[in-house]
Design a protein around this ligand. Structure first.
Ligand code: KIV
Ligand code: ZN
Length: 519
């Protein structure tokens, strides 16, 4: 079977989703998981966009081995130089340079003629080639570009050194049959195309990103750009897990496969959801909570008799953990560490200690501690938010005839502050008490509570989104006590906000860093 390359852009296009703000440690953790998942290329970021993006690309280039590490650059010198610098420690670096080729983008955004754009594409590929052998060129908004002009630009880019040419459906405008015709046209009318890998990059504005990518594969594309959970600008990008499983389950039809270790898909999806704070919708294909749940009696009966009656793939094939009893509090650290390793987590000693303390706490409260519970605990420990404010103590009184009252004790460095507040309910009271401690007026944009597992003693998972000066911050907390989970989630979001304010203050005190720009 022919091999399709999987180019993951969760850390670049995915990170451009509203409200997502990952730090370098979190990006590294995702990159490590992507390497284990077996992706061919990790697009680690857009180094010119901000010092934080540069640092993250550099850290991934330094540490992650296996996949090609790509960095994005507009077709201008300063972007390409910055990308090359960030990629210097990479084992297999790729510069991904792009410029828009559609009439609408050239006229209104770039204010350049087609000939000027073509020349910029050529110069960018030549310059990138001076730094790395592996150069990808993207014609932004390709699906709204003139087809013959596209072919001319791709021919020139290949002659200037591009080894991959990417055809993005930047605004999610195309349809499967039209996109397949475009790929076939480019293959037929671009001299030298056989020297380059043909790649596609689809956005999901009309819900067609996966269908368009698969149609392109049928038409001869051999690299697909995608993201975990379909994250990305606006409606997102094509979802990696859907592309990969469609190609795997329907190998008979597509006659191609990927190098993805599908058993790592679920874990990677959970990690990305935990670190970005973006929940996966329950009915999401492949990784949604209901993707393998059978509600109707007829279906349940069929699956019990023979799973293939209603299941075209097994939960195990994407690594959904079994809800089985794993460990008790007498199992000890060694068994705990061993189980996490079996589940694919590689934690530092400090993270293991913290997760173990949470596990022991959970064993006292919950009868059955399952792999799902362990996953929730570990995901919370992996989130690297500097703990400016640390919750030491929480007391709440509430009831149908009482005014909800909360007392919190919070440490900030050596200082410990205790405050109390009343509220509309216990969560409101806790959040008001925390606001009194921090003195920061918080705009709580959303609050959601979900059970990690079923049962009265289930772990509750709270995700909150707060807003400050146009920036969104996400916090996540888990506990069998949903009020405690709510407090943890809120404080995590507040800690992100404070950390961001501190970083901005440092940048202002030391001007010269680049501001974030969107590609
Ligand atoms: O959607 C797009 O066009 C992009 C390019 C930078 C590849 O993300
Ligand atoms: Zn994109």
């Amino acid at each position: 079977m022919n091999r399709i390359r999987i180019f993951d852009t969760t850390l670049r296009d995915g990170e451009q989703s509203p409200g997502i703000n990952l730090n370098t440690g979190e990006k590294l953790e995702i990159a490590r998981h992507l390497a284990q998942l077996g992706v061919d290329v990790i697009e680690a970021g857009f180094p010119i966009a901000s010092p934080g993006d540069f640092e993250a690309v550099q850290a991934i280039a330094r540490e992650v081995r296996g996949p090609v590490i790509a960095a994005l650059a507009r077709a201008v010198e300063q972007d390409i130089v910055r990308a090359a610098q960030a990629l210097e420690p990479a084992e297999k670096p790729r510069i991904h340079t792009f410029i828009a080729t559609s009439p609408i983008h050239m006229k209104y955004k770039l204010r350049k003629s087609p000939e000027e754009v073509l020349e910029m594409a050529v110069q960018a590929c030549r310059m990138a080639k001076k730094y790395v052998d592996d150069v990808e060129f993207s014609a932004e908004d390709a699906t709204r570009s003139d087809w013959d002009f596209l072919c001319r630009v791709f021919q020139a880019a290949i002659e200037a050194g591009a080894t991959t040419i990417n055809i993005p459906d930047t605004v999610g405008y195309t349809t499967p049959d039209e996109f397949a015709r475009l790929i076939a046209y480019i293959r037929e009318h671009t001299p030298g195309i056989e020297k380059a890998v043909i790649s596609v990059h689809c956005h999901d504005d009309l819900g067609l990103a996966v269908a368009n990518s698969l149609a392109a594969v049928r038409a001869g594309a051999t690299q697909v750009e995608c993201t975990i959970n379909g994250l990305g600008e606006r409606a997102g990008n094509a979802a990696l897990e859907e592309i990969v499983m469609a190609l795997r389950v329907r190998g008979d039809h597509f006659q191609v496969d990927t190098g993805i270790v599908t058993e790592h898909i679920y874990r990677t999806s959970r990690l990305v959801s935990a670190l970005t704070g973006v929940a996966v919708q329950p009915n999401k294909a492949i990784v949604g909570e209901n993707a393998f749940a059978h509600e109707s009696g007829i279906h349940q009966d069929g699956v019990l008799k023979e799973p293939s009656t209603y299941e075209i793939m097994t939960p195990a094939s994407i690594g959904v953990p079994q809800s089985r009893l794993v460990l008790g509090k007498h199992s000890g650290r060694h068994a705990f560490r061993q189980r996490l390793t079996e589940m694919g987590y590689r934690l530092s000693d400090e993270e293991i200690e913290k997760a173990y303390a949470r596990f022991i706490e959970l064993c006292d409260k919950k009868k059955r501690v399952t792999d799902r519970d362990l996953q929730a605990i570990v995901e919370e420990e992996i989130v690297q938010v500097p703990e400016v404010y640390n919750l030491e103590y929480l007391h709440v009184t509430t009831g149908s005839t009482l005014v909800a009252t909360a007392t919190v004790r919070i440490a900030k460095g050596d200082q410990v502050v205790e405050e109390a507040a009343t509220g509309e309910g216990p969560v409101d009271a806790v959040y008001r008490a925390i606001d009194r401690v921090t003195g920061i007026p918080i705009d709580l944009e959303s609050y959601s509570l979900q059970g990690v597992t079923s049962g009265k003693d289930a772990l509750g998972e709270v995700v909150v989104r707060i807003r400050d000066n146009g920036n969104q911050y996400i916090g996540r907390g888990t506990s069998t006590d949903v009020i405690l989970a709510s407090a943890r989630a809120y404080l995590q979001a507040v800690n992100r906000l404070v950390h961001d304010r501190q970083a901005k203050a440092r940048e202002e005190a030391n001007p010269g860093g680049n501001k974030k720009e969107v590609g």
